[in-house]
Design a protein around this ligand. Structure first.
Ligand code: ATP
Length: 394
């Protein structure tokens, strides 16, 4: 049965497993098991086939991709960043000396590499995204990748006009779109070893590539400064921080602001039956720990509770209202392409990803700007709410 996945590319599955296992330094049984459990699946980009690891398998990260070329080139997935629930306790436990406090941007994770001489942008889940690839080619100086073929640029694509996480960033305003790309790590493609913060800054300055500059490098015991930074990020509705060892020898830690938790809950309760219970639960629990750690007064706690309640209730009622009128829960994105052909390529990509969507509008707004409004349809939310509105019981 295993052979089915690869039969049109690799004649001898057993031989492939032996080679891939050597290349990835992982045992053959784990690989075979990954195939039979469909944790490793095949995709195609520009007629080149690649495998995508949908879950972490031993040291092979989720989102790793392996090209079905002679050399079995692969690019490791971006490693998970663990979250502090009680900030000061975690900082004390995991850091000593200096920490670089970087802003955590609210967009989507992209790894950029060159493959067969072409720059490609890989999503966190391990898909080569044609939309992001085109934007990266347009906005980033990719000479770096020619000079350092063993390295990858890891960064966050942010802004309103993208198909994944739509969040306005004033600094990302371009001519027709709000879209920006900021590198946060430079890593070895195969080992994931990261350059130090200083080396990263030096190289990215040299190549004139935009990146997430540390807000400040602080002493790991300077909690006053850390909370000052977080309070100011919260006031400005920014997502949070990633705390990094300046030498990048220790694993980074993330922490997010109250307003981010509220924003996440609003999205979750807009599409209440599509986004998992775990997603909502984890955001609520974070707020409990934050309130405790900040030693909040009764009044402050009430304010937090009020914010949380609003974030949950208002979007949920809005969605029920929308479904009562239009019958559908949808999330819309306005995207700009260089041509209708690029737009069609992206639509085909969405189809291969089995994403349920509708095209609301598409037109050339300028000679080389093709704009489209694409809406993602949330089926479970639409169907369940419709059913209750029709009187069906829980
Ligand atoms: P995971 O917990 O597996 O990392 P997640 O989707 O839960 O995945 P997030 O909670 O969004 O991830 O936090 C990790 C992500 O934060 C990274 O994958 C990266 O895309 C993003 N990020 C934003 N800014 C930075 C930064 N300055 N440094 C590192 N990562 C950043």
């Amino acid at each position: 049965m295993d052979k089915m996945y690869l039969s049109d590319d690799i004649l001898n599955f057993e031989e492939f497993i032996v080679n891939a296992s050597k290349r990835l330094n992982i045992d053959e049984d784990t690989l075979k098991n990954g195939f039979s459990r469909k944790l490793i699946t095949k995709y195609e980009y520009n007629e080149k086939k690649y495998l995508c690891f949908k879950k972490k398998l031993k040291h092979i990260e989720r989102g790793t991709i392996l090209f079905l070329n002679n050399n079995l080139d692969f690019i490791q997935g971006y490693p998970k960043i663990r979250r502090a629930m009680v900030l000061e306790s975690s900082v004390e436990k995991y850091f000593d000396g200096k920490i670089a406090v970087e802003e955590k941007l609210d967009g989507y994770n992209i790894r950029i590499v060159k493959f067969y001489g072409e720059t490609i942008a890989i999503t966190r889940g391990g898909k080569i995204c044609p939309f992001t690839t085109k934007k990266v080619k347009k906005y980033i100086n990719t000479k770096f990748l020619d000079d350092f073929p063993e390295l990858m640029l890891c960064g966050e694509m942010v802004g309103l006009n993208n198909p994944y996480v739509s969040h306005y960033y004033p600094e990302a305003d371009k001519n027709h779109e709000n879209l920006g790309f900021y590198i946060f790590d430079i890593r070895d493609k195969e080992t994931n070893t990261a350059l130090s913060i200083y080396e990263k800054e030096r190289i990215l300055d040299e190549y004139n590539i935009s990146y997430v500059k540390p807000i400040k490098i602080i002493d790991s015991s300077d909690f006053e400064e850390l909370w000052n930074i977080l309070n100011s990020l919260n006031e400005n509705h920014r997502e949070g921080v990633v705390l990094k060892d300046p030498e990048m020898l220790k694993n980074p830690i993330k922490y997010t602001t109250h307003n981010t938790q509220c924003g996440d809950l609003s999205v979750a309760f807009s599409y209440v039956y599509d986004l998992g219970i775990d997603f909502m639960f984890s955001r609520l629990v974070r707020e409990g720990y934050q309130s405790f750690e900040k030693c909040e007064s009764e009044e402050e706690m009430k304010k937090r509770a009020h914010d949380l309640g609003e974030s949950i209730l208002i979007p949920m009622v809005e969605t029920i209202t929308e479904i009562s009128k239009e019958g559908l829960a949808k999330e819309c994105f306005e995207l700009c392409f260089d041509s209708e052909k690029d737009f069609e390529e992206f639509i085909n990509y969405l189809k291969t990803m089995h994403i349920n969507f509708a095209i609301e509008s598409k037109e050339y707004i300028k000679k080389d700007v093709f704009k489209s409004k694409i809406c993602r349809i949330y089926n479970s939310t639409s169907d369940k709410i419709k059913s209750h509105l029709e009187g069906n019981l829980w």
